[in-house]
Design a protein around this ligand. Structure first.
Ligand code: FES
Length: 162
């Protein structure tokens, strides 16, 4: 009952006045960072410099906000984004071997991008296809049941052709 009474009297418009200028800027900043990442695939430092002067926020404030969210990246990604699932179902079915083989094959460590920007190798918690474990995604395509050396080789061919 009390909560309803509070809700009845609460004016949505008053939220704006409760937010400080800094909070408003943060909200705008996050929206802009999402757009920038959509455009470039990551957050380039040059753009952060421009944002810094437009929003009157220091670059360190911008990086601090952006790095709080895992979705923002500060380095370019490769054309092919390869994500090896290390979630429990995939891990117990051998995804670590898949990762090690891909690292050796493409000379990349987890989280790295090739110098020609052709491939980024990452790991992921679970992609929701546990029944196909172990799973790797190549851009948005799921490759599952990578349970043998032959299947890992097939995955490598698939990545190269992509
Ligand atoms: S644990 Fe890998 S898809 Fe769920």
């Amino acid at each position: 009952m009390e909560i309803e009474a509070v809700n009845e009297n609460f004016q949505i418009g008053s939220i704006g006045s409760l937010l400080s200028g800094k909070q408003k800027k943060r909200g705008i900043l996050i929206h802009l960072l999402q757009q920038i990442q959509e455009e470039y695939g990551y957050i380039p430092e040059e753009i952060v410099k421009k944002l810094s002067s437009k929003l009157s926020l220091s670059m360190s404030e911008i990086f601090s906000v952006a790095s709080f969210y895992k979705m923002f990246r500060f380095t370019p990604r490769g054309k092919k984004l390869v994500k090896v699932c290390l979630g429990t179902a995939c891990y117990v079915r051998g995804s670590k071997k898949v990762l090690n083989t891909l690292e050796n094959e493409f000379q990349l460590k987890n989280g790295e991008t090739s110098s020609d920007l052709s491939i980024t190798l990452e790991t992921v918690g679970c992609v929701g296809c546990c029944g196909l474990a172990p799973v790797t995604t190549v851009n948005d395509e799921v490759v599952g049941d990578i349970t043998s050396t032959g299947k890992i080789e097939g995955l490598i061919k698939f990545i190269r052709k992509k």
